[in-house]
Design a protein. Structure first.
Lengths: 343, 316
């Protein structure tokens, strides 16, 4: 398996491969779309920094600048956020099934979006829904953390996860009730839940970028400590690590990234679990590699998935949340099986 | 909408005999002429062709519950409004309809039975609503989304039969048919293209759908058609495709649900170059009218035709 040998060499080499994959995904995302624009034209447009090169129509330049470029960037930001958050959660909760939505971020965001759609001002929905989803995700996680916080050594992680389950169920119930009260808005909420990148513009880039950069940088900085905490709370404490504080920092950062992702793209499942595990299978379990590569591959993966979402049935679209699992699940199984044979 | 309808009604009666023209479906029999509603009372029992099979109604229903906004409009337009005691939460037209908290999506059989209805009309069957009502001795009539204009008119006639308003229903349908014929004959298939927007994530409707057929009748070209395969008639379009297709007209059926308007469309990234946006061809529709298949569908058709005419004059 060539990707695997390429990644196994050294940490630096793996990083370079990850960057190369991301650049390739970005280019593919810009070059291919439901409207045919010649590859040479796209490249000339790119190197002239957005000025329309001769031989390219204004309309094509508009499509690239206003639709394709922001969409590819948002897909990358969302993919990086979900994959990094998933990897970090899996470490601090020592649970391979932990995903970015574990602590009620999804349920909180869903409730926020439902309130904005059903009760907010109808004219400003493209502003109110992302903001409400963002706030809702943070409130959901905040509730779970506040209620589940416990200082009893080995039980701390479990206690948080269980509080998360309770909070998520409660918020989902409230959301379903409100939806019932406003059944005329059912469709809109449903569309939002399925995940949307089809209406992405620069607004979404600016909305997501600050949180994503802050959160992903934080996770990147603490990646070495994730290796320590994954061993166990007691063991980590004996090495002088403040486990409670580290877990709080990771939960905050991961929630911020998840909230930003949910706000601009709706709920996209699977990325947060599949990408970190694929990376682990390829390069081994140390978070010094897993976290940076999850960021790079998460971004690449979602850009490619979104590319499929907008081209497979062009000029129609497929909800992106459908494709992440449709493509991701078989891919993951292949990696899993090959890995088992190799070791 | 009152006045044009009335003027057209005058035409309707004059033209009716000659109007076996462009719009198919005039073989349903002549309008019920001189029958007075009173003389129809003897017509019961009647058998109705509903979506849930043949439904027999033994006596003229006096306590009707409608869980379908379209059926509510049909009932009031055919003079059966007095017999309606409760309508669902989404039945917001006409204003005199007795709106309740009843839901057509998640119907509560006990709450419906509480109104002691003798007939319940509904559009979507969530599972076993008809069976549950029949179990309580309540007649249930399902009339689901009509696939064609013809089907929509048939439902009006079926409801007229069910409520003892055959003459009014026949006259209404005759009038609507004439209006449709006038609009269709008056339209000039000019190859204008349009984009029909169902929500702000660019879901649209192809010519295979009920709403799509209205545009097809007027000879307009639907940009959603190439995206139709495998979508059940309601594909989600790519924004870049819509911009490239450069439609002459954009019809917004998401003004209520999603707060869209010609202004919000013009503000979307990249949309300000679309012909419909630069030439004032973005038309705000009433979501409710556009998602029902009642008598007001003809008003919708008339609004579309007027927009097409304006766009054409603009181009000329």
């Amino acid at each position: 398996m060539s990707l695997r040998t390429a990644l196994r060499g050294s940490r630096a080499r793996a990083f370079v491969v990850g960057v190369a994959v991301l650049i390739a995904a970005l280019l593919a995302g810009l070059l291919i779309g439901p409207v045919r624009i010649g590859a040479a034209n796209v490249l000339r447009w790119l190197v002239s920094f957005g000025r329309t090169p001769s031989g390219m129509s204004e309309q094509e330049a508009l499509i690239l600048a206003e639709l394709r470029l922001p969409r590819v960037i948002v897909a990358g930001l969302v993919g990086a956020s979900l994959a990094a958050s998933g990897a970090a959660y899996q470490a601090v909760f020592r649970n391979p099934l932990a995903d970015p939505y574990l602590l009620g971020a999804a349920a909180g965001a869903g409730l926020g979006a439902t309130i904005a759609v059903g009760y907010g001002p109808a004219g400003a929905i493209d502003v109110t829904v992302p903001v409400a989803a963002f706030v809702g995700a943070l409130v959901g996680v905040g509730l779970a953390y506040g209620l589940g916080r416990s200082n009893v050594g080995g039980r701390a992680a479990t206690s948080l996860v269980l509080a998360g389950v309770a909070v998520a169920s409660f918020l989902t119930a409230v959301q379903t009730f409100l939806q019932q009260q406003r059944s005329d808005t059912l469709r809109q909420v449903y569309t939002w839940i399925l995940g949307r990148l089809g209406t992405t513009g620069w607004d979404d880039v600016w909305l997501a970028l600050p949180s994503v950069v802050l959160a992903v940088t934080t996770l990147w900085v603490v990646r070495r400590l994730l290796d320590v905490i994954e061993v166990g709370d007691v063991e980590a404490q004996s090495l002088g690590l403040n486990v409670t504080r580290l877990r709080l920092v990771v939960v905050l950062a991961a929630s911020l990234a998840t909230a930003a992702a949910v706000a601009v793209a709706g709920l996209i499942g699977f990325v947060g679990i599949i990408v970190p595990h694929t990376v682990r299978l390829l390069v081994g379990g140390s978070y010094r590699s897993v976290l940076p590569l999850s960021v790079l591959f998460g971004a690449s993966f979602l850009i490619v998935v979104d590319l499929l979402a907008r081209t497979v049935v062009a000029p129609a679209e497929i909800p992106i949340g459908v494709i992440t699992a449709l493509v991701g699940a078989p891919f993951f199984v292949v990696v899993l099986r090959r890995n088992r044979r190799a070791t | 909408m009152g006045r044009p309808r009335r003027i057209l009604t005058a035409f309707a009666l004059a033209l009716w005999l000659a109007a076996c023209g462009s719009y198919a479906g005039s073989e349903e029999g002549a309008p019920g002429g001189g029958d007075s509603p009173a003389s129809e009372a003897a017509a019961f029992p009647v058998t109705i062709e509903g979506t849930n099979g043949r439904v027999t109604i033994d006596e003229r229903p006096e306590r009707i519950v409608s869980l379908s906004p379209t059926a509510t409009e049909d009932l009031f337009a055919t003079g059966a409004g007095d017999q309606v005691i409760a309508v669902d939460e989404l039945s917001n037209f006409p204003a005199e309809a007795p709106v309740t908290e009843l839901s057509g999506y998640e119907p509560n059989v006990e709450a419906i039975a509480g109104y002691e209805p003798d007939l319940v009309v509904f559009a979507t069957e969530p599972g076993d609503l008809a069976a549950s009502l029949e179990g309580l001795g309540i007649t249930a009539l399902q009339l689901d989304a009509a696939p064609t204009l013809r089907g929509a008119f048939d439902q009006i006639e079926q409801l007229g039969l069910a409520t003892g308003h055959v003459a009014e229903a026949d006259a209404l349908v005759a009038e609507l048919r004439v209006e449709v014929n006038l609009l269709v004959d008056g339209s000039d298939p000019s190859g204008l293209s349009f984009y029909y927007e169902l929500d702000d994530t660019f879901y649209s409707a192809t010519s295979k759908t009920f709403i799509g057929q209205l545009f097809e009748l007027l000879g307009l070209e639907n940009i959603a058609d190439p995206a139709g395969k495998g979508s059940g008639g309601y594909p989600q379009l790519s924004a870049e495709y819509i911009i490239e297709a450069d439609p002459d007209l954009i019809f917004l059926a998401d003004t209520k649900c999603c707060g869209q308007s010609p202004e919000t469309v013009a503000e979307r990234p990249g949309w300000d170059e679309i012909a419909a946006v630069t030439d004032g061809g973005v038309v705000a529709l009433d979501d409710d009218v556009a998602s029902r298949w009642g008598p007001r569908v003809v008003d919708l058709l008339s609004q579309i035709a007027a927009a097409a005419d304006a766009a054409e004059e603009d181009a000329a």
